[in-house]
Ligand binder design. Structure first.
Ligand code: NDP
Length: 279
């Protein structure tokens, strides 16, 4: 059984990007990412801090906007419009969730798709669904890299995705399809989930329920990718998969922590480097 090492793979990606950024700099090309946080949700502050650190490591300039909780939607949209117009800004990231008085959809739609490094803009999602060039949501893009860099073939495999959220499940299914997997999407209304998941050669779980997927959901020899992250009492982390019962049945599995988690930021950095091609 192979334990897929997301920490190692994400580090490889960041090191490749660091080299690429250095060679872009040598050609006089700098990359800048604007990161906007509204309010001071502690989890968001940690995520934003990690993104800034990753930018520093790779050599991307990060421009931080720390806006107060009561910032109006109009003000935020104004800042996005300015950043859209700035030639020296390649990527724009608005940390979600936003305070309740701001409409997230309006904010996502306001970002120029050429700078939409989170891949959440309807144009980015549409491009993915019809196989055109565009930014891809970072977590599912990270899952594809984990599979490819672990030499796990996707083509022709039965791929089952548990969860259909806009940021994980749906783009995940589209990416597996793009890689020529035979894809099934399951969700809370799926009948007999176990019967469907136990057909999977590759099972990607993004359900948001701690240790929900136990051994009886998984076929012998399957590859299991666990996107979930939960902090248990005592601060220990676990995923959506019951690792201890599932791992012995798998040919490969991602642990939590150290599986999909570190890939999200690595793929965000990859999108930022790609953004240099648009400028
Ligand atoms: P959401 O809550 O948005 O989506 C959960 C999905 O699971 C929904 O589509 C829901 O179905 C489905 N679902 C819920 N219950 C069941 C059930 N009993 N049987 C089958 N399907 C079910 O979660 P996200 O996609 O945002 O996140 C999923 C997990 O991934 C979370 O643990 C989150 O913390 C983690 N995550 C990790 C990231 C990382 O960087 N590693 C990044 C993003 C998320 P329905 O649509 O019918 O309601």
């Amino acid at each position: 059984m192979q334990i897929i090492d997301g920490k190692k793979i994400s580090q490889e990606i960041k090191d490749e990007l660091k080299e690429k950024v250095a060679s872009l700099k040598a050609q006089g090309k700098e990359i800048a990412l604007a990161v906007i946080q509204v309010g001071n949700d502690p989890a968001s502050t940690v995520y934003v801090g990690n993104k800034k650190k990753a930018c520093e490591y790779i050599g991307i300039n990060s421009i931080a906007y720390e806006l107060p909780e009561d910032t109006s939607e109009e003000k935020l949209l104004g800042i996005i419009a300015e950043l859209n117009a700035r030639e020296d800004v390649n990527g724009i990231l608005v940390q979600l969730p936003l305070p309740k008085h701001i409409d997230e959809d309006n904010v996502i739609k306001a970002i120029d798709p050429k700078k939409d490094v989170d891949g959440f803009h309807p144009q980015s999602v549409g491009a993915l669904s019809i196989g055109q060039k565009g930014y891809v949501s970072c977590t599912p893009a990270g899952v594809i890299q984990l599979l490819k860099r672990s030499n796990i073939e996707i083509e022709g495999k039965n791929c089952v995705v548990v969860g259909r959220s806009n940021i994980v499940g749906k783009p995940m299914a589209l990416l597996l399809l793009r890689e020529n997997g035979t894809v099934t999407i399951t969700h809370s209304r799926t009948r007999d989930l176990k019967a469907v998941t136990s057909q999977a050669d590759i099972l990607v779980v993004a359900i948001g329920k701690p240790r929900f997927i136990t051994a009886e959901y998984v076929k012998d020899g399957a590859v299991v990718i666990d996107v979930g992250i939960h902090r248990l009492e005592g601060k220990k982390l676990c995923g959506d998969v019951d690792y201890d019962s599932v791992a012995p049945k798998c040919s490969a599995i991602t642990p939590v922590p150290g599986g999909v988690g570190p890939m999200t930021i690595a793929m965000l950095m990859s999108n930022c480097v790609e953004s240099a091609d648009f400028s």
